[in-house]
Design a protein around this ligand. Structure first.
Ligand SMILES: [Cu+2]
Length: 358
């Protein structure tokens, strides 16, 4: 029955596309070669763009006037703050840069302070935090503090809790940092585009009472995807024609990903944050790990799962811990194996090495 229905719809689409007069062409918008956009019965970006200028805008390449190469090589680095009357004041500027994800592969990215991910904001539970955001993008933007319990007016939803921050404008967010855990901040304006284009960063709130058994190594890994075609960068989307062909951990594809060096016997904590639009089952070689926190919230010890693979869906965070018991180079990688390629070539993408030394 399904086959007959599919055949009927496909045939109808082909007949309709063959009969349609060639009046739908729009000189400004890229289109599929066949102009129908329905060659296999599936609407593709080309056909949608012709019909809907807003969709066309969402699927345009990431561009900005006069984009310069990034001056920093590493994303997610701690952001300095100044203290003003007991408030920790951070400054962010949104801007487009050319960001190298891999030797010879550079994307046009929308960033906080010129890096992908943006700088890590790391504070202690109960801190009063002020973040001054200057928008130097060609488009409006807002910031959402994902998982942080902020007052409603600080939630960063355009048209709901605030007006979008227009290009050239500045907006100030202020809230108390709570609860403790692994969080993030990201754009909430045209998120389908701006988040994939690089507007995301870690936000870590350390507990007021320090950890009784703190990890020796504590790394945050933000996972996302990109689409690069003909030298143009697109925000990768889970739709035909917009799928990613590059995958990054902290803004880098393997082998440009960071190697994490740890000493044998060290307790290691990795904080996975998925901020793209795809699920990534992250698999660790060598030893199993415990899931000690989900979405920033501690898991009671009796409820902690021991696993070697954890699927991290968009928006989720998993903090995992393990003791490195054997020396050697141990892989950590996504187990959707296409995600360990660079433009379809293996190895690449979502892989990194954990080097355990004596
Ligand atoms: Cu994956």
């Amino acid at each position: 029955m399904k086959k007959i229905l599919f055949f009927t719809i496909t045939s109808l689409a082909l007949i309709l596309s063959a009969c349609a007069p060639a009046t739908a062409s729009n000189g400004d918008m890229p289109m599929n070669n066949d102009n129908s956009g329905m060659a296999d019965g599936t609407p593709t970006p080309g056909s949608m763009m012709m019909e809907n200028p807003e969709a066309a805008h969402m699927m345009e390449p990431i561009t900005a006037p006069n984009v310069q190469p990034a001056t920093e090589a590493d994303g997610g680095q701690p952001l300095e703050y100044r203290l003003e009357d007991g408030v920790k004041v951070f400054e962010l500027t949104t801007k487009a840069v050319q960001w190298e994800i891999l030797d010879g592969v550079t994307v046009t990215a929308f960033t906080y302070n010129g890096t992908v991910p943006g700088p890590m904001i790391r504070v202690t539970e109960g801190d009063q935090v002020r973040v001054i955001v200057k928008n130097e993008l060609p488009d409006p933007t807002t910031i959402h503090w994902h998982g942080v319990e902020v007052p409603n007016a600080m939630d960063g939803v355009p048209g709901v809790t605030q007006d979008p921050i227009q290009p050239g404008e500045t907006f100030t967010y202020e809230f108390t940092a709570k609860p403790a855990g692994t969080f993030m901040y990201h754009s909430h304006y045209e998120g389908d585009v701006q988040v994939g284009a690089g507007l995301y960063a870690p936000f870590i709130i350390d507990p007021k009472e320090p950890d009784a058994n703190p990890p020796v190594v504590d790394k945050t890994l933000m996972i996302s995807e990109w689409r690069m075609t003909d030298g143009q960068t697109y925000a990768a989307m889970p739709m035909s024609g917009m799928e990613p062909n590059y995958f990054t951990i902290n803004g880098k594809s393997f082998p440009a990903t960071e190697t994490i060096t740890v000493k044998k016997g060290d307790l290691v904590r990795l904080r996975f944050i998925a901020i793209g639009q795809f699920i990534h089952p992250m698999h660790l070689h060598g030893v199993p790990f415990r899931i000690v926190a989900t979405d920033g919230h501690p898991v009671p010890e009796v409820a902690q799962l021991t696993k070697d693979t954890v699927s991290v869906a968009p928006g989720e965070r998993y903090d995992i811990e393990f003791v490195a018991t054997e020396t050697g180079q141990w892989m950590l990688h996504c187990h959707i194996l296409h995600h360990t390629t660079n433009d379809n070539v293996e190895p690449g993408g979502l892989m990194l090495m954990i080097e355990v030394v004596e």
